[in-house]
Write a protein that binds this ligand. Structure first.
Ligand SMILES: Nc1nc2c(ncn2[C@@H]2O[C@H](COP(=O)(O)OP(=O)(O)OP(=O)(O)O)[C@@H](O)[C@H]2O)c(=O)[nH]1
Length: 186
């Protein structure tokens, strides 16, 4: 079983004002936090980065950019790119802007994965959290079609592909662990 981690860092960070992957929390960069969380459960990790920040990552990391035909077209473009570039059985997706998710959370998510569905993700009492999720292989063609048809919305694709939404409490009692940082003051 080959488990690939997909670290999403291909966004514009417009609301944040500077690249979120390189923002800091407790002396660590956001992308380092996400990397450590993925490292606990993945055989390999691929960072799908915005071209402008690709050179800033350490040379030993595997950093790619979106497929040219879908570049910058949102998280689905990043996920498809990683799935095409790295063949695996399972893909654990984590965005660079969820710095409170750590190894304990990725381990629980993997252990609670619903094998009967293509995607397993979580929902807190207030919202669904589509980008902290596990995707089975075999979705590449459906993803390509979705993007070619102009589909950009992650949750729309997830529902079409088949998704189980786990209660976030099963992974961490505190729902604020699953918040994503969009602005510098949050
Ligand atoms: N590979 C890739 N990742 C993306 C793309 N757009 C967003 N992401 C990532 O998906 C996650 C959620 O992104 P958002 O916060 O919605 O968007 P953002 O572009 O980073 O920020 P804003 O410009 O403020 O909307 C982050 O980890 C982004 O880096 C994209 O086009 N390609």
């Amino acid at each position: 079983m080959m488990v690939i981690g997909i670290l999403l860092a291909g966004g514009e960070s417009r609301r944040f004002g500077s690249p979120k992957a390189f923002a800091q929390l407790d002396g660590e960069l956001f992308y380092e936090k996400a990397y450590q969380a993925l490292d606990a459960v993945c055989d390999r990790i691929v960072i799908v980065a915005h071209p402008e920040i690709q050179p800033r990552f350490p040379a030993e990391l595997d950093v790619i950019t979106d497929l040219p035909e879908f570049a910058g077209e949102g998280p689905l473009a990043g996920i498809l790119t990683a799935m095409i570039e790295k063949l695996g059985d399972l893909y654990v997706v984590l965005p660079c802007d969820m710095p409170f998710v750590g190894p304990a959370e990725t381990e629980k998510l993997v252990s609670l994965m619903d094998n009967t569905k293509n995607i397993t993700a979580i929902q807190t009492p207030v919202e669904k959290v589509p980008l902290f999720s596990i995707w089975k292989t075999g979705l590449q063609e459906a993803l390509r079609k979705e993007l070619s048809d102009g589909g950009r919305r992650v949750m729309v694709f997830m529902e079409k592909a088949g998704v189980t939404w786990l209660d976030s409490k099963a992974i961490n009692e505190d729902p604020s662990v699953f918040r994503n940082i969009n602005r510098p003051d949050l």
